[in-house]
Each structure stands twice: as C-alpha cells, then as structure tokens.
Design a protein around this ligand. Structure first.
Ligand SMILES: O=C(O)C1=C[C@@H](OP(=O)(O)O)[C@@H](O)[C@H](O)C1
Ligand SMILES: C=C(OP(=O)(O)O)C(=O)O
Length: 424
C-alpha cells in the first residue's frame, strides 16, 4: 500500500487516541503472572498487542475479551511439552517473552519476523544463561529455543542497547522462589521505560529496590490482579502534536495522560521549546503551532520513540535541531538514525548524523517518495511532511499496523488528505 499526503489548509481538531501499547505490553505479562484475576480496559488493538496475547496463550495463559474489558485469569495448567510461539516484529514482546519462557521447564521455541531476527538479543540471553537457562540460538538472535527454569538468583545485564532486557528480567522476578538481583553492567538506555516497569510492578504489589548499580526484587512477593484503564498512547499522540506544530494549527489531545509513566508524554515540552503553545484544558491538552518554529538542541534518550516525530517537525524550523543521546535508536525496527537521515535527505533536507545524534537543518523540503524500512514510526512521522510540502508519498504504508492500524484514518479525520495509490 502506498499513500500520498496532501496537507490541510487549517488543522483544528480534537483527537481521542488508542490506549498505550507500552503499558498494555507490560500489564498483559504481569497480569498473566498474577495470582488473581485482572481486568484491563482500553487495550489497544494493534499487531504488537495481538502478537503478545497470542504468544502468551501458547504458554497457557488465559485472556478473555468480555465486552470492553480484557479479563486475564491465573493460568491453570502449565505446558508439559515443547511450546512454539511467534513474536512477529515486536522487540518488546520478543525480549519480555524470552524471560517468561525461562520460567518453564519445557523448551519454548520462539520465532519472529525476518526484521526482528536482526535485532539484538545477546545481552538478555547472556543474563538468562547466567541464571541457569539453556539458550539454543545459532547467532544470539531470534529464532531461539529457551529451556528453563531459572535456578540462579543473581545476574548481570548490559542494557546499553535496550532497556527491554532489564524490564524483561524484572517482570519475571516475582515468580522466582529466591527473588532476583540484577547487576547493571553498563549505562541503561531508555531509563523511562525501566521506571514504567517499576511503577506497574509496584502498582501490582511488588516492591522493587533500586540502587545505582543494581535492581533487587526480594523473594516472597506476588503480583496481585488489578482493574485498570490504560491511558492514551503518548507516542501516538506525538504525531498529532507534530501536525499542529508543522501546520501552525491547533490539535487537542483528549484525556491526555498528564502524570504519565510514559517518557514520551513529555514530548509537548520539547515542542514548547520550539515555539509551540501548550494549554491544559481540564483533562485535555491543546497544542497550537506557531507562525515559525525554532531549532533546538535536545537530549531524547528517554523519549526514543518520538525522535522521528521530532525529526519531521525539525524540517520546518528556521534553524538547526540537534537530537542527542540516541545511539540505541540504531537497534529499532529500522536504524532510526541513519535510515531517518537517508529518507529526509530525499526531500532535500540537510541532515548530519553520527553514532548518537541527528542534526536537522530546517528549511523548505521538496516532494519525495519515502521508504519505511519496515518501520511504522518512519511511515507515521515522514507523512507529517505532507502537511506543508506537496508531493509527499509513503511506500509500504501498511506498516502502521504494528502500533496504530487506524493512523491514516486519524490523519484524514483531522483534515489531512490521505490518498491510497496503487503500488508500483
Ligand atoms: O520497554 C518498552 O516498552 C520499550 C522500550 C524502548 O526500547 P529500548 O529500551 O530498546 O530503547 C522503546 O523504544 C520501545 O518501543 C518500547
Ligand atoms: C521500538 C518499538 O517497538 P519494539 O521495540 O517493541 O519493536 C516501537 O514501537 O517504536
């Protein structure tokens, strides 16, 4: 599927966003491991979350859709023979379920998409091996067969390429008879996501002790089931904030998750530095774009998934935007440093890129056809250029299914013209 984007003359819209994929991804697992029933509402229906539910079902965990609620009941039977499951393109589920698989004493064979098979797993596998788990993987990536159970109580983890390794081990800790001490071997990236894991573990009754070099979960703790409404997805919100910023129009994000555990919920503060006006209206957040955006320098280490949104907005400033502390973006669905730079250059934008930064020189981008590199965020963010620049097209636009299947309809609803074209 290919789409052509034509900007709206004036954007003035209110957007109600689907629930956070990040919170859902954690709660599905924590609730599955809980000793009592949980009820979740506003669980986003996207490919990543369907993949998580399906994969956990293969392990015998129970998910039931009851009208608007997803009901998760304690597992009654653990598998007594080899289990096979599929993690598709989801980095989060690939890492989290590898740790869950290590709780079983039968082999769990985990397969994934060709793209996911190129994303790193090595550091998590090393941590699990230290805990006595057998990992059978030809190249330290998925596909792999994981055979538990965990027998150790201490391991080291290097989370300098992905925080998901650390969250994965934290999530299973309450199920380990001796608890777990995780030594932090290196700098931890995407720290806000580890904080998110901690916050939900605490909400479900598990105490997490954190020091500068270790995370400790004491034995004898259990997840208690919860009744919880998942707030809106902060990264999905970033595209509509970006649309207001680029167009100079107004977008209201309904029921914005103000005291959020989602790092990217602070993206509006980044836009504010660029000249956007932000107004709180009760539970809503109004973003009003300025006449002219300013370039800024900003550390996006804790907002990794909004970097491409910012890169798109940065194309329309009257200055230079430097996005720093993003070396870990090389290991996402695409290389979000080099591939983003490459695509923006197609529109005549000057971009400098390095191991841990992107520098974008604002100006007047011209028409371009962008490739998505199988990255949903590449499609969603680059489409924003079409708001102001005629002739923007996106190939393989269906990649948005991973996190936000209705994205193109949402753009149409705020007045942006999205035309589906026949593929070349
Ligand atoms: O824990 C999570 O839910 C995530 C952590 C981040 O990954 P890294 O820790 O690999 O940066 C983020 O980019 C990803 O989309 C989701
Ligand atoms: C990086 C992302 O997800 P994951 O790592 O789960 O594939 C994302 O949604 O942008």
């Amino acid at each position: 599927m290919k789409v052509a984007i034509r900007g709206a003359s004036q954007i003035d819209a209110r957007v109600v966003l689907p629930g956070s994929k990040y919170i859902a991804n954690r709660l599905l697992l924590m609730c599955a491991l809980a000793e009592s029933e949980s009820r979740l509402t506003n669980v986003v229906n996207n490919h990543d979350i369907q993949t998580s539910i399906e994969g956990l079902r293969q392990l015998g965990y129970q998910f039931e859709q009851q009208s608007a609620e997803l009901v998760i009941k304690p597992r009654v039977q653990q598998p007594d023979m080899k289990v096979k499951l599929y993690t598709a393109h989801s980095g989060t589920f690939s890492r989290f379920v590898s740790a869950i698989a290590a709780l079983e004493s039968v082999p769990v064979e985990i397969d994934c998409s060709a793209k996911m098979a190129t994303r790193p797993m090595l550091e998590l596998f090393a941590g699990l091996i230290e805990l006595g788990v057998k990992i059978d993987s030809p190249n330290n990536c998925l596909p792999a067969t994981i055979t538990g159970p965990v027998i150790g109580e201490t391991c080291a983890i290097d989370a300098s390429r992905s925080s998901q390794y650390l969250s994965a081990l934290m999530i299973i800790a309450p199920r380990l008879p001796q608890g777990l001490t995780i030594q932090l071997d290196n700098q931890v990236v995407s720290g806000a996501y580890v904080e998110m894991t901690t916050r939900f573990m605490q909400m479900m009754g598990v105490q997490v002790d954190q020091s500068a070099h270790a995370i400790k979960i004491l034995p004898g703790q259990k997840y208690h089931g919860i009744d919880f409404q998942i707030p809106g997805d902060a990264v999905s919100a970033s595209y509509f904030m970006g649309a207001a910023a680029i167009s100079g129009g107004r977008v209201t994000i309904a029921d914005f998750d103000f005291d959020s555990v989602q790092g990217e919920a602070r993206f509006y503060q980044v836009l504010e530095q660029m000249g956007v006006t932000v107004t709180r209206l009760g539970n809503d957040l109004l973003i009003s774009g300025p006449q002219q955006l300013k370039g800024i320098e900003v550390d996006m280490g804790d907002m990794p998934d909004a970097v491409q949104t910012l890169a798109a907005v940065a194309c329309y400033t009257d200055g230079v935007t430097k996005i720093t502390n993003i070396a870990h973006l090389a290991y996402k669905e695409s290389n979000r440093i080099e591939d983003t730079a490459h695509e923006l250059r197609k529109a005549g934008v000057r971009v400098d890129s390095g191991k841990d930064y992107l520098t974008i020189y604002g100006g007047s981008p011209h028409a371009a056809t962008f490739e998505t590199h199988e990255d949903h965020r590449m499609a969603m963010s680059l489409a924003l250029l079409g708001i102001k620049t005629p002739g923007i097209q996106i190939n393989n636009a269906q990649v948005v299914e991973k996190s936000f299947p209705e994205y193109w309809q949402y753009l149409t609803a705020i007045g942006i013209d999205v035309n589906t074209l026949v593929d070349d």
